[in-house]
Ligand binder design. Structure first.
Ligand code: AMO
Length: 446
């Protein structure tokens, strides 16, 4: 802007700071949450990212131009308002704004495609179609503010514990989990795949000498699962640590992580917890019970949920176990250890002298798996044999096989799903609520 044209403009104040501005003239901006016309007095409830602002227009106190300018106001329109802040015990924030100038920056179409008041519960799929509008609802936005804090706590935990943050490629030439779950993409005429986990890279970085690494990043799974716990793209929290004695140390890290996250959520996120109705409901785990799969299956069988020694836990079994540990140990969490070799990937280490088990675990929270981890097989010959058992040829997985040939410590790690963590933390019925813009077999938009 030309210097000569420069006008005296007020600095924008947010709702949260308004109380400190009594008797001052300020500028506020935001969306119209509500508008009431009582003929001689008009009220606008404006919202910004920090809260609500009551704007009051008594016909006798504001100019005719300002009073008339909001005649056809629609909810969700964006306004910029200059006005005087007055103390008002009746207003939600204890202050109201008497406008001297109102600019309608953008007029919203009416009615909105979803109910913005939260009184009529819209269908989840419609809410997701209009997610940007759904997020103007305080409950939704508080969930994502909480998610942002949780992510921060995850980073703090790993940084405080000597782990190094890494970012690894999501465009890869092959996967190590299971071929059926790979999304294939055209990479300049050659096939490439979206990474279904940073498994290879996190092990590679342990071997590189970094010893302890973590990554928070997108994970892609071409699974046609239509459930409340599966997405085709989710945020993975992965870590890997070297020089371990056993998978127990990996579980110690997961236990420390969950304790750290939930302690900080409880201590620092009161505003979000209250908005989400969770303020009395956060359990901070100290020691998480660790139960062997053999023992778990015995208990399940005694309670009518029979599984074979080679089976994975079903969702029903996880649910049952969640209720069981809550009653038995007063714990929302449980580690199930020693998963059958039959349902684990080739890189999980087998216990000494046991060809049917693995030195692996899952973490179940309130009846849902939120993490999988294991000690890895680092001895090249054994790894090669294990790959063969699963019908894979390690020689054909050159990049993966190389890292075991130039000095590799005993190591292990774990992958946790951030979206599942949020689903369980907020007691949501569906994982799609926990992610801004979910991807599933039917949904590729918005
Ligand atoms: P796994 O495949 O069990 O293990 O994934 C780890 C964790 O990621 C989450 N998760 C999912 N979340 C949403 N939608 C999905 N489709 C989905 N699939 C998995 C879960 C799960 O516990 N490489 C191993 C980890 C390791 O051993 O380090 C792995 O990817 O919370």
């Amino acid at each position: 802007m030309d210097k000569m044209e420069k006008k005296e403009t007020l600095k924008r104040i947010h709702a949260v700071d308004l109380l400190n501005c009594a008797d001052q003239v300020v500028k506020v901006s935001g969306w119209v949450e509500n508008y009431r016309d009582l003929k001689k007095i008009r009220f606008i409830q404006l919202k910004d990212r920090t809260g609500f602002i009551q704007v009051t227009l008594p016909q006798t106190e504001v100019s005719k131009e300002v009073f008339d300018s909001i005649q056809d106001l629609t909810k969700e329109s964006v306004l910029e308002i200059d006005g005087l802040v007055k103390k008002s015990p009746q207003a939600r924030l204890g202050v109201e704004l008497i406008p001297s100038k109102i600019q309608i920056v953008s007029k919203a179409k009416a009615p909105t495609p979803i109910d913005m008041s939260g009184k009529i519960v819209s269908d989840l799929s419609v809410r997701l179609d209009y997610r940007f509008l759904d997020l103007r609802n305080p409950k939704s936005i508080n969930l994502f503010k909480l998610r942002s804090r949780v992510l921060g706590f995850v980073v703090d935990f790993f940084e405080n514990s000597g782990f190094i943050g890494i970012n690894t490629p999501k465009l890869t030439s092959a996967g190590v989990e299971s071929g059926a779950e790979l999304f294939k993409v055209d990479y300049f005429g050659k096939p490439a795949y979206l990474a279904q986990s940073p498994q290879i890279y996190k092990q590679m970085m342990v071997c590189s000498g970094l010893e302890k690494v973590y990554e928070i990043g997108p994970v892609f799974r071409a699974e046609k699962s239509h459930t409340v716990r599966h997405l085709t793209e989710f945020t993975g929290i992965d870590f890997e640590q070297g020089f371990i004695e056993s998978e127990q140390e990996v579980m110690d890290t997961v236990e420390g992580l969950m304790h750290f996250i939930l302690k900080h959520v409880q201590e620092e996120c009161a505003e979000q917890l209250i908005a989400l109705g969770l303020d009395q409901k956060i359990e901070v785990p100290e020691k998480i019970p660790r139960m062997d799969m053999v023992e778990v299956k015995k208990l399940l069988a005694e309670n009518g949920l029979k599984l074979t020694a080679e089976d994975d836990l079903t969702p029903e079994a996880e649910k049952w176990l969640g209720d069981y540990v809550l009653k038995k140990f007063n714990s929302e969490f449980v580690f199930v250890t020693n998963y059958p070799w039959a349902v684990r990937p080739f890189y999980h280490m087998k216990p000494n002298g046991d060809s049917k088990g693995t030195k692996s675990f899952d973490l179940i929270w309130k009846g849902l798996e939120i993490a999988t981890g294991a000690q890895r097989e680092h001895r090249y010959d054994l790894l090669k044999a294990q790959a063969k058992e699963k019908g894979l040829n390690l020689d054909e997985m050159k990049d993966y096989s190389l890292i075991f040939q130039y000095g590799v410590p005993a190591h292990g790690g774990c992958g946790l799903g951030l979206d599942r963590i949020m689903e369980q933390l907020c007691n949501l019925d569906n994982i799609r609520e926990a992610i801004l813009l979910p991807r599933d077999p039917e949904r590729l938009t918005p």
